[in-house]
Design a binder for this molecule. Structure first.
Ligand code: DX5
Ligand code: ZN
Length: 220
């Protein structure tokens, strides 16, 4: 049985008690801490930067899964490496305004796992040329910018395509889904081949974080 990775997105955490929230979600069984970085240009929202990632780094040994929803991720990636990121995922869309292959190489050369993400409106074909250069494919199941949106089931086609790619190759990329992930949509995502679940609202709005994480894994 494949181990399902739960990456808790701190965008939905209570930032007035961030270090406590990190400890709580780690004790509740989260595998990764997903850090949603938004610049107000690539997405219509602004979240936090490398300083906050540095604070999170000091608080936990869990892998920090940094999701750059920003323009020019090539220019900023090194600051997140320095802050302690374990993986850095960038967007493939033209609006992210960078040389995708160059940025992925820069991330890997810096000792981080490179990831690539595509928005709901972006066809799977856009990421195909890069699949053998990444460790993580992040399939957005909502349009990025805000937590708490509804899951887009038609994105499962992309998850399936990524799982087929994995089957046809020796190396395996992590297939991560992000946005509107709860017990029900997690099950659907896993069924279609996802092995990493980003969850913000469904964990941090729950009374019992451990129960919420168990439900995501399907052992709820
Ligand atoms: C949306 C972010 C998601 C979000 C998690 O732009 O990329 O990671 O924080 O979404 P929910 O809260 O739906 O789990
Ligand atoms: Zn994210």
């Amino acid at each position: 049985m494949q181990h399902i990775i739960v990456a808790s997105s701190i965008l939905a955490a209570d930032f007035s008690r961030l270090t406590e929230e990190i400890r709580r979600v780690e004790q509740a069984g989260a595998d990764w801490i997903h850090c949603d970085i938004m610049d107000g240009h690539f997405v219509d929202n602004i979240s936090f930067g490398p300083e906050i990632v540095g604070i999170v780094r000091k608080e936990t040994k869990l892998p920090l899964d940094v999701h750059l929803m920003i323009q020019r991720p090539d220019h900023y990636a090194s600051r997140f490496v320095k802050a302690g990121a374990n993986s850095i995922t960038v967007h493939v869309e033209r609006e992210a305004d960078h040389d995708v292959e160059k940025t992925l190489r820069l991330i890997r050369d810096a000792g981080c796992r490179p990831g690539l993400s595509l928005n709901p409106a972006t066809p799977f074909e856009s990421v195909e040329p890069f699949l053998d250069k990444i460790d993580i494919l992040l399939v957005m199941t909502v349009h990025p910018g805000f937590g708490g949106q509804s899951f887009r089931p038609e994105m499962m086609e992309k998850v399936k395509r990524a799982a087929e790619w994995n089957k046809s190759r020796q190396r395996k990329i992590d297939i991560e889904v992000d946005g509107g992930i709860n017990a029900e949509t997690a099950r659907l995502s896993i069924q279609n081949g996802a092995n990493v679940l980003v969850a913000g609202t469904s964990i941090f709005r729950a009374k019992d974080y451990r129960e919420a994480i168990r439900e995501l894994r399907g052992s709820g």
